[in-house]
Design a protein around this ligand. Structure first.
Ligand code: NAD
Length: 391
């Protein structure tokens, strides 16, 4: 379904040899065929959709996830879990959630007795992901968990084991793998449009705001697990992995913290990191909590390159391809990456198949990021084995 509805803008490529000047498209005057509709399946009737409970009514849940249920075809919001009853009671009627389906963190385990809930979506600070995932499995529910999957490798392994023991599925919310421009970029790299892929660069940065409650726990290591790398550098790392389709054999990281900045007493500000892959491809990646917003991914191959800029915004991302034929903007029909990832998980549960980004995918990133921290600490590259563990 995803990635099938591409439309090319920019049929007016530079003519002639590869060495000729690259023609830029006028920014607001796209040419070429109209953009076809994405092949989007019709919603199934509400009674047959899986019921989801959202745990944590913070910034991301309220602003992005709850509204996205409106666009989903096989997932419906049926329950909320929040420490703030008043907030839950205000939010519930907007999404048709009934009062008897409101829980707090103490009463959460009673969700086991609620047949309306099939899936629990954990949207809490990172250090709480493991606890609520395990409790949800014990309640017999499937779990969709925000990134990063957890704080430690051991927590991830416990979550995976708990899912297996309960006979329930676990998926990590890697929305970029469901975002149409990223999906299309992966397809084009795999089909060889830019030739052998030699270099990926990706940068994710924003300003960490100590006045924003959503950023306050991000400054506390025991809640966040790490700094910019865990929070947004994970998108840079994911990009390198999903564009190459390979797993790292070596990582090298460097941390830069501004001296005396109270935001970075416990977690890192800037992380520059390099990842080497078996084919020889290299990724030059970064994350930052002290630069203005950047969410960019670039892939450079023998025959061309592609740029996703922005790459990981919630909407309006942009994919540009540069080959010997010239430069083209690849327009994709906007589609909610949140609804797409949730529906993918619901469908995986319905069809009893492995989701695209299961717990093992989240665990692998935590292993690699732990190795990057270790490399930064020791000031030398760290070799990894095929599972992402230290060699
Ligand atoms: P947030 O602080 O706005 O939300 C966290 C929620 O957890 C709040 O409602 C808070 O009250 C609750 N909470 C429960 N126990 C808590 C405790 N002990 N300390 C602090 N808060 C507690 O944060 P957020 O930005 O919504 O992030 C939540 C999760 O979602 C994180 O894991 C984050 O990485 C993830 N996230 C993912 C994306 C994405 O694009 N996939 C974007 C933003 C956040």
């Amino acid at each position: 379904m995803l990635g099938s509805g591409l439309g090319l803008i920019g049929s007016a490529f530079a003519q002639g040899g590869g060495g000729g000047p690259v023609r830029e498209l006028p920014p607001s005057q796209p040419t070429g065929p109209p953009i076809p509709e994405m092949e989007r399946e019709m919603p199934i009737e509400p009674g047959r959709r899986l019921g989801w409970a959202v745990v944590g009514l913070g910034k991301f849940a309220l602003n992005q996830i709850l509204p996205s249920f409106g666009e989903s075809r096989s997932s419906k919001l049926v329950a909320l879990v929040s420490g703030n009853r008043q907030k839950a009671e205000q939010v519930a009627p907007r999404y048709g959630v009934e009062t008897h389906n409101l829980y707090d963190y103490q009463s959460f385990d009673r969700i086991a007795d609620n047949p309306e809930v099939d899936v629990v979506y954990v949207i809490l600070p990172n250090a709480l992901h493991a606890e609520y995932t395990v409790r949800a499995f014990k309640a017999g529910k499937h779990v969709f968990c925000e990134k990063p999957m957890a704080v430690t490798v051991e927590e991830c392994e416990t979550m995976i084991r708990a899912g297996r023991e309960a006979g329930r599925k676990l998926m990590v919310a890697y929305r970029a793998q469901f975002e149409p421009h990223n999906v299309e970029a992966i397809r084009r790299v795999r089909e060889g449009e830019i030739g052998a892929l030699h270099l990926v660069t990706s940068d994710h940065g924003r300003i960490l705001d100590p006045k924003d409650p959503a950023d306050q726990w991000r400054m506390v290591k025991s809640l966040a697990g790490g700094g910019s790398l865990y929070d947004i550098g994970i998108y840079s790392l994911q990009a390198a992995r999903y564009l190459t389709g390979e797993e790292p054999v070596e990582v090298f990281g460097q941390i830069v913290n501004k001296k005396d900045d109270p935001r970075f007493r416990e977690v890192e500000d800037r992380m520059a990191f390099q990842v080497r892959f078996p084919s020889g491809a290299i990724a030059n990646l970064s994350s930052s909590y002290s630069t203005s917003s950047v969410k960019r991914i670039q892939a450079f191959g023998e025959k061309g390159s592609l740029i996703l800029d922005a790459a990981t915004e919630y909407e309006s991302n942009k994919l540009t391809l540069r080959t010997e034929k010239g430069r083209q903007e690849v327009k994709m029909k906007e589609q909610s990456q949140f609804a797409a990832e949730m529906d993918h998980f619901s469908q995986s549960v319905i069809d009893n198949r492995e989701p695209k980004t299961p717990g093992e995918e989240g665990l692998r990133d935590i292993r690699i990021m732990q190795a990057i921290y270790r490399s930064a600490q020791e000031g030398k590259p760290i070799a990894l084995d095929a599972t992402g563990s230290l060699r």
